[in-house]
Structure formats: structure tokens, C-alpha cells
Design a protein around this ligand. Sequence first.
Ligand code: DX5
Ligand code: ZN
Length: 220
Amino acid sequence: MNDIGIAPSILAADFGYLMRDIKAVENNADYLHIDVMDGHYVNNISFGIPVIQSIRKYTDMKFFTHLMITNPEKYIKVFAESGSNNITFHVECTEEPFKLIDEIMAQGKSAGIAIHPDTPIEEVFPFIGKVDIILVMTVYPGFGGQGYLDISDERLRKLRKAIDEQGSNTIIAVDGGVAEDNIRHIYEAGARLFVAGSSVFHAEDPAKAIEELKRCGTLS
Ligand code: DX5
Ligand code: ZN
């Protein structure tokens, strides 16, 4: 990943033509973001393991799996075996986050921790240097197509400062409401990896939309 990475979220793809949509971003995206929702942690149900196993057969993209599920500890192994490259779970969803991180890494996978907009950002500070990605939710988890929450700016700045102070290379990712007109602003607040659903898959040319996001994100 260069200075700025884009992870299109298939939640905004057309599931009837899922592989066609994935192929459209395969050469331009840094990761494929895969939103798994269980109807418990969030008020929505998306898809699960069989879908990941199926798409794994047809692309070499890096899968960034965002588990919006309760009891993630029960499913780490199966998500690892289904072909996820990164497994990210919510700090709100487990009592034993460090154990989970170890388990993910023991499976040879990259580990991430996600944080809900209502959870104090300081709650992810103990994971700096322990996980590869900290995923800051910039919308309320559950649905695509929402607007970026302005309260995120301050949260990102605090996290950026804490990471830089420790000299850590943990990546700050953001998820929700990322578009061409705000990506530079979010970059300046501290994010380096950008999950983007609607702004990529609802565009006429998703590959071009990724390039446009990267261009806008690196403007000075
Ligand atoms: C929301 C998901 C996001 C979502 C982002 O719960 O975690 O990944 O797909 O969608 P947009 O980019 O449309 O806000
Ligand atoms: Zn997500």
C-alpha cells in the first residue's frame, strides 16, 4: 500500500453480479472490504462465510473482513480458513481482545480492531502496535450510504497523535461516508486506509472512482 489505500466495500456492490463488480476494482484497490453483519451487533444482516469462500476462488485480492458480529471469538478460525487476509473485529464485541488478536495472528492473518463512533477513541489505544489496522467507524455500523460523522475528525486526530508518539506503524483505516470531497480532509485528520462503498460501486466506473479518490486524497 502506498501512502493512501482504498478498500472498496462490497456492501455497495450488486450482489446479483458480485464477481463482475469485484473484477471491476481488482486491479486498482488495495484491499476488498467485506462487511459481515449478524443482525445482533448491528440491525442488518449481510452475508457470511459461504460468500467469502466463493469469491475467494476467483480473485487474489486481499480480503479485509470487517466482522460486525457478537462473539467474534467463535468464528476466527472459520473466517481465516475461508480466505480472509485481514480479520477485523469490534472492540465492543469481546471481553478478550488480545486473545483474539493472537488467534488471528496464529492463523497467519493480519489483525484489525474496529471502534464504534460512540465508543471513546482511547479504548483502542492499548492496541497500537499490537494490530495491523485500527478501523475507526465514521458512520454508525450497519448500513452503507450514510454521511461521514464530523465527530470523527477529533477522534482521528487523537489516534494519529498517539500512534505517532509511539512511532508505531499501525494503520488508521476509516469506514463510512468517504467520498472525493472529504477524503483529503480525513487524510489530514490522520487516516491512511479508506473503506469506500457507495463512492466506488455506485460510480459509473468503479476503477476510475478509486483512482479519483486516491488523487483527491493526495492533493496538497
Ligand atoms: C457500514 C460498513 C461500511 C459501509 C461503507 O457498517 O461497515 O463498510 O459499506 O459504506 P459507504 O462507503 O457507502 O458509507
Ligand atoms: Zn465495513
